[in-house]
Design a protein around this ligand. Structure first.
Ligand SMILES: [Zn+2]
Ligand SMILES: [Zn+2]
Length: 428
């Protein structure tokens, strides 16, 4: 206190960003389209806390995943609880499903969520440390139809945003019956190449060899090309499941590419895994997901098959901007601007404003501005058709001046008639 030194201006954390008023229209556009489509398909919204026990992600997301090993914002809270800002929301949704007794409701249970996630990752174009995901989860349905429905919705959603030229990369990673043999084959393959892979991959070889297929390093990519494929190890059940998913997609005319080395970075996936990527940049997933038949029992519930995906909203918005897709303004343009001058008029103008608003006439005002000039400047900038000028004299007389902005013609109207008068003129 008492020091005159100029205080420093704070900045947002690295990798975190503000969504300013002028950017809101993109969020509005994406969310409105998404919620309406998703709800048409019977998904219901769920909101879960941003903070969860760290243990939920250790067990759910998996201790050997990059997310858990390197990217979580974890801390000890007052009272000693070990908490984490959620890096993804599937474990949180499953926790809520179990905790709230949803497992006794008729299945399948179809849920969707939207909200911020947090990963201490290297910030890049369209990738943030606080980023928003919109996700779908279908719990209690082991059918290929549930997987296909989710993929179909993802396809339709991108289409509804105006994002063509995206396709689905898809693979099956089998289940606990057939995957162990594949993991052994993968270990045999990589064992003799260990000198050629990156440091991270040498680590992955020890902890979770599947994860080596996720590596983005160029050298590792080259070695991956000849690695064994899960497809050759699927047992009959998993093979049939995958074949039927593909048949559904063929029937629904969803374009897809088989990617025999797609595994996804999370531990809980079983069978179908998929990613939506732009055709001109197939390593840049915009929607990603898969089946996770073991997560519910891993988190203490009864074995419950499930499937889901999450969409990176910032990346969708970046693609919409890149493609110059025409996005409507989030708020409609106001029709009327209310100019008020002097204290008496200001006091009475709140009720006048409210009667216009109640009549459905989109009105703006700037109650703290004093000069008529500065208020009319705002009216011009907003592009309204009419300004209402409400001064000391009008407040006493019970009238208001109606000014047509195009022509500049003004007319005095009794207050009780003004709503009708504007409605009449707006119809013209
Ligand atoms: Zn299997
Ligand atoms: Zn590597």
């Amino acid at each position: 206190m008492g020091r005159t030194k100029k205080s420093k201006i704070f900045q947002a954390q690295r990798g975190m960003h503000d969504i300013l008023p002028e950017g809101q229209k993109y969020w509005h556009y994406v969310l409105k389209k998404a919620e309406s489509l998703i709800e048409d398909y019977g998904f219901e919204k769920i909101e879960t806390p941003i903070l969860e026990s760290t243990g939920l992600f250790l067990r759910g997301t998996g201790e050997t995943t990059d997310i858990v090993e390197k990217e979580m914002y974890s801390f000890m809270a007052k009272g000693g609880d070990d908490l984490t800002l959620r890096p993804e929301n599937t474990p949180g949704v499953v926790r809520a499903y179990l905790e709230n007794g949803m497992s006794v409701r008729p299945h399948p249970i179809k849920l969707y969520y939207f909200g911020p996630m947090f990963r201490h990752d290297k910030p890049q174009q369209g990738r943030y440390r606080q980023f928003y995901q919109l996700g779908l989860e279908t719990l209690g349905d082991d059918s290929q139809a549930a997987d296909a429905e989710l993929i179909f919705i993802g396809h339709k959603l991108l289409e509804s945003f105006g994002l063509k030229n995206h396709s689905v990369q898809i693979n099956s990673i089998g289940d606990q019956n057939c995957r162990p043999a594949y993991v052994r084959a993968l270990r045999d393959y990589y064992k003799i190449q260990l000198k050629k892979v990156c440091v991270d991959c040498r680590n992955r070889f020890k902890k979770n060899v599947l994860r080596m297929l996720d590596c983005k390093e160029e050298g590792c990519q080259g070695i991956k090309k000849d690695a064994p494929q899960m497809m050759d190890f699927l047992d009959d059940d998993c093979k049939a499941h995958f074949k039927h998913v593909l048949e559904f997609l063929d029937e629904a005319r969803v374009p897809y590419m088989l990617n025999p080395h797609l595994v996804r970075g999370l531990d809980y996936y079983t069978r179908t895994v998929f990613e939506f990527t732009p055709d001109d940049n197939p390593s840049d997933a915009i929607i990603a997901g898969g089946r996770y038949d073991r997560l519910v029992d891993l988190l203490g519930g009864r074995k419950t098959p499930a499937t889901g995906w999450a969409m990176g909203v910032e990346r969708v918005i970046l693609a919409i901007k890149d493609k110059n897709i025409n996005v409507p303004e989030a708020q409609s343009k106001p029709k009327v601007f209310l100019v008020q001058l002097g204290d008496a008029a200001k006091r009475k103008s709140l009720l006048l404003f409210e009667s216009l608003r109640e009549a459905g006439i989109d009105t703006k005002s700037s109650i703290s501005r004093d000069s008529i000039k500065s208020q009319l400047r705002i009216a011009h900038r907003l592009g309204v058709r009419f300004s209402l000028i409400f001064g000391q004299k009008e407040a006493i007389d019970g009238t208001v001046i109606l000014k047509e902005m195009d022509t500049g013609i003004q007319e005095t109207i009794p207050l009780e008639k003004i709503v009708e008068e504007i409605k009449k003129r707006l119809k013209k």
